[in-house]
Ligand binder design. Structure first.
Ligand SMILES: C[S@@+](CC[C@H](N)C(=O)[O-])C[C@H]1O[C@@H](n2cnc3c(N)ncnc32)[C@H](O)[C@@H]1O
Length: 237
């Protein structure tokens, strides 16, 4: 059974032998892989939408894994009892959705030992939410699939030392490890910010003036980070 690079990165963050909850399991690839390879003894796979839930039920039966994969239909963590799963995976959802799902079930979340998160958007907002809610970023890596960069992060209860907003937007662990995809990722972010800056360039409105200054600061800091990645700067100001 072969997994995509993205799902493979998630598997590598799963501590062997632990019960996993895969929230928004989709095609059930992750739970099937985890139990078939015996990395997890049991997976609780959840789906909010009826269509994917029904397909997942059919797939569990087809692969004869009803004992090891339990399917539940419902919203986020609300279908779990506190302490049922030490590891929670949320992958392929927007960063803000993940923040909302985490916020809605504090009793469940307080018993989780590790979160493995792969936001499709707003990764910075998610990292900020984690640091403000007593989760520390244990590790992170970037995966590139079909031209898109996906951050995959592992977080555990604790205090995150990095509070700098820009570093949290990029991923402090990615910067510290100098992730192999970080330079390309930073270049893409700089391109995006430059495009927005160009769009605001003609306006005389003072609100846009402030926005332009803020964007210029971000671009300059991202360029410093990029230079740091390429070994041209020892320290980031
Ligand atoms: C893009 S798929 C990702 C599937 C899989 N996790 C992956 O990474 O390949 C997102 C899935 O999350 C499910 N989903 C969306 N909101 C949800 C929620 N609040 N609770 C549970 N599942 C949800 C959707 O039905 C969909 O199947």
């Amino acid at each position: 059974m072969r997994l995509t690079k993205r799902l493979n990165a998630i598997v590598n963050y799963v501590t062997p032998g632990k019960i996993v909850a895969d929230i928004g399991t989709g095609h059930l690839q992750l739970p099937l892989y985890l139990v078939k390879t015996k990395r997890s003894p049991r997976v609780i796979a959840t789906e909010y939408n009826l269509g994917p839930y029904q397909i997942a039920c059919f797939t569990v039966a087809l692969f004869n894994e009803k004992e090891k994969i339990e399917l539940r239909q419902g919203n986020g963590l609300l279908v779990l009892m506190p302490g049922e799963a030490e590891i929670v995976v949320m992958a392929g959802m927007g960063g803000n959705t993940i923040c909302q799902l985490l916020s809605r079930a504090p009793n469940v979340l307080s018993r989780v030992k590790r979160l493995i998160l792969q936001p499709t958007t707003r990764a910075g907002d998610l990292r900020c939410w984690l640091t403000q809610n007593n989760w520390r970023l244990v590790d992170e890596l970037l995966v590139k699939e079909k031209g898109h960069f996906y951050p995959v992060m592992a977080a555990e209860p604790g205090i995150e030392v990095i509070q700098d907003k820009l570093l949290l937007a990029i991923g402090p662990r990615l910067v510290e490890k100098n992730d192999p995809l970080l330079p390309a990722y930073l270049e893409k972010q700089i391109q995006i910010y430059r495009r927005i800056l160009n769009e605001l360039a003609g306006s005389q409105n003072p609100v846009y003036f402030e926005k332009r200054r803020a964007l210029e600061t971000i671009i300059s800091k991202l360029n410093q980070l990029l230079a740091h990645c390429y070994g041209k700067l020892d320290r980031i100001e």
